[in-house]
Design a protein around this ligand. Structure first.
Ligand SMILES: NC(=O)c1ccc[n+]([C@@H]2O[C@H](COP(=O)([O-])OP(=O)(O)OC[C@H]3O[C@@H](n4cnc5c(N)ncnc54)[C@H](O)[C@@H]3O)[C@@H](O)[C@H]2O)c1
Length: 109
């Protein structure tokens, strides 16, 4: 990201993996404090650990199924402001486009 987010605060939903995590990393890399929200607690913990291990100390996770809204506000208020939000939460179904072929039946079984 070429824009500086130094001193800014960003919130990313669906941030434990995929596009949300990539966005959270980009915000953190540009200098922002980031609140990562997701319903997948384990993956979210790993995501925040990864950011912190990369030197981004100002990363907070927000995970509590069905209460992300209230907790998100609380986490964001830890940083005292909100400058950017990426509402990315959702899922991508990654199914193969083709079905595996069945072996052809032969007359002898
Ligand atoms: N990947 C693509 O090519 C593509 C294309 C178009 C649109 N999208 C959309 O973009 C979004 C992200 O895609 P992705 O490929 O990164 O998905 P992904 O499945 O890799 O990750 C989605 C993340 O969102 C979290 N999540 C799901 N529901 C949530 C909720 N209610 N609250 C908080 N977190 C929640 C999941 O736990 C997961 O960590 C999805 O909504 C998807 O439909 C993706």
């Amino acid at each position: 990201m070429n824009i500086s987010f130094e001193g800014k605060v960003a919130l990313v939903t669906g941030a434990a993996m995929g596009m949300g995590l990539a966005t959270a990393k980009a915000f953190a890399g540009a200098g922002a404090a980031v609140v990562l929200a997701d319903t997948n607690e384990e993956a979210l913990r790993d995501a925040v650990d990864t950011l912190k291990a990369a030197g981004h100390r100002r990363a907070l996770r927000c995970c509590e199924r069905d209460r992300c809204g209230r907790n998100g506000r609380k986490k964001v208020s830890t940083f005292g402001r909100l400058d950017a939000a990426y509402n990315n939460a959702g899922t991508s179904r990654r199914r193969p486009r083709t079905r595996p072929m069945r072996a052809a039946r032969t007359s002898n079984g």
